[in-house]
Design a protein around this ligand. Structure first.
Ligand code: APR
Length: 225
């Protein structure tokens, strides 16, 4: 049966590819205070530290490989109508073959110019003197949505949530809004809500399957292809 599936992913889906999560033991926010590296105020205070943080994450993401969970979602999209919303800024969904994930928190492999507001592909390191490829102004920043900023593509996400029969949350703690509200929104619109996570996040899910994403996601996808 054809389903309209919305999938939300978080850092947990990339954990088995070697990329850090944020709130697990030893997570990124235990290594770097988020106020310093994931807020506009932090960037204004010390852009060099922010570039160091994202240069490290960009290098790690480039060296990482998509895992069985990323590949399973790409495979599902060949059989069902799938809208993929990711809080992740790595490009592992794309490299697993999913054509157009919705990056609501931006992308590591893109740079944003505060002067001309253009976004550019950017896969190398970025420094405080890095200039905009369009307008040549200095002060480029990673094209990442920081705390206190408005997530990208919210209209498109809202439309998908209003019209889905199944909502699946994978590898996210459900701690950060507005993504934390998506399951309740989908359920209010009549969707069945499912969580696939290492441990339950206690969100509003009709079904919770716990385990590593590389195990629980392929098993889930196998039921739909
Ligand atoms: N398989 C499945 N789930 C996993 C795995 C795994 N191998 N490893 C960890 N998890 C789960 C954890 O149990 C946790 O629920 O992934 C979740 C990771 O939670 P967070 O570290 O809070 O990451 P995330 O939910 O993506 O954070 C959301 O917060 O800081 C912001 O912008 C940042 O996009 C991020 C947002």
């Amino acid at each position: 049966m054809a389903e309209q599936i919305v999938i939300l992913t978080g850092a947990g889906i990339s954990a088995e590819s070697g990329l850090g999560t944020f709130r697990d033991a030893g997570g990124l926010w235990t290594q770097y205070p988020l106020e310093d590296v994931a807020t506009p105020e932090g960037f204004a205070r010390n852009a060099g530290l922010v570039h160091e943080f994202y240069n490290m994450r960009r290098r790690d993401a480039r060296a990482a490989q998509p895992n069985a969970a990323h590949h399973a979602i790409a495979k599902l999209a060949a059989h069902q109508q799938v809208t993929l919303v990711t809080q992740n800024v790595d490009d592992l969904h794309e490299r697993a073959g999913f054509a157009d994930p919705i990056h609501m928190h931006g992308e590591l492999m893109r740079a944003l110019c505060p002067t001309c507001t253009q976004s550019h592909a950017w896969t190398g390191d970025m420094q405080t003197e890095s200039a905009c490829p369009s307008c040549d102004a200095p002060g480029l920043r990673p094209d990442i949505v920081w705390f206190g900023e408005i997530p990208y593509h919210m209209e498109r996400i809202g439309a998908a949530l209003s019209d889905c029969s199944i909502f699946v949350s994978i590898g996210t703690s459900g701690e950060v809004w507005p993504a934390a509200g998506f399951a309740a929104e989908a359920r209010a619109n009549g969707a069945r809500t499912i969580e696939l996570n290492l441990e339950p996040s206690n969100g509003p899910f009709d079904e919770v399957r716990t385990g590593p994403a590389t195990q629980v996601v392929p098993a889930f996808v196998a039921e739909f292809i």
